[in-house]
Design a protein around this ligand. Sequence first.
Ligand SMILES: Nc1ncnc2c1ncn2[C@@H]1O[C@H](COP(=O)(O)OP(=O)(O)OP(=O)(O)O)[C@@H](O)[C@H]1O
Ligand SMILES: [Mg+2]
Length: 211
Amino acid sequence: MFVTFEGIEGTGKSTQIAMLRQYLEAKGRRVLVTLEPGGSRVGRELRKMLLHMEGKDLTGETELFLYLADRAQHVSQVIRPALDRGQAVISDRFADSTVVYQGYGRGLDPKLLHQFNKIAVAGLWPELTILLDIDPELGLKRAMTRNMREGKVKEEGRFEAESLSFHKRVREGYLMWAALNKERFKVVDASPGAQAVFEDIRRVVDERFGT
Ligand SMILES: Nc1ncnc2c1ncn2[C@@H]1O[C@H](COP(=O)(O)OP(=O)(O)OP(=O)(O)O)[C@@H](O)[C@H]1O
Ligand SMILES: [Mg+2]
């Protein structure tokens, strides 16, 4: 079982992943929760470069190749070995984030990005991708509140600091990309309370995997 979560900042990806992990473990599955960027040792170094406020001088191309490097390492060192050990893997962001943020968000060609992703993932695609969809104003409000509470504005705040119009483009991009990849994507409304959102996710996961 390989499931990925996508969606703009503050949609509740981390929150829902924690709930799904608990649910699956209670059913006796061994679960590995991982994330991008930063799922591997090398990836953790890359994450600092990618998300720190000082990374404002990264060019679009540099940003792209750092994400792809993170992904290639993540797949070969972390995700594939875990699946081979029989674990269920849940990743907080994966290849679709690149198509959507660097493509629909920053204006690079989504089809070309998909080709780069093919190299990075080396044939390993998720069986299910849950897109948490929310109005960016609400998502950003959630993310900002969390960053302030956790004192992480500087280390992790680069995307939250982007303009609202950027996040609106990203949201629309996610919905377009999901429509083009219907067999893998499920779009879930992330605006209700966490428990209600999880009910939808649980239904989707049960349907797909017969858990
Ligand atoms: N359904 C919800 N309703 C209200 N608040 C929520 C909901 N889900 C999560 N939150 C809160 O919103 C904040 C952001 O949630 P979370 O960190 O899970 O989002 P995320 O998608 O992982 O964000 P990021 O992309 O920045 O990692 C947290 O403080 C969380 O407690
Ligand atoms: Mg998160």
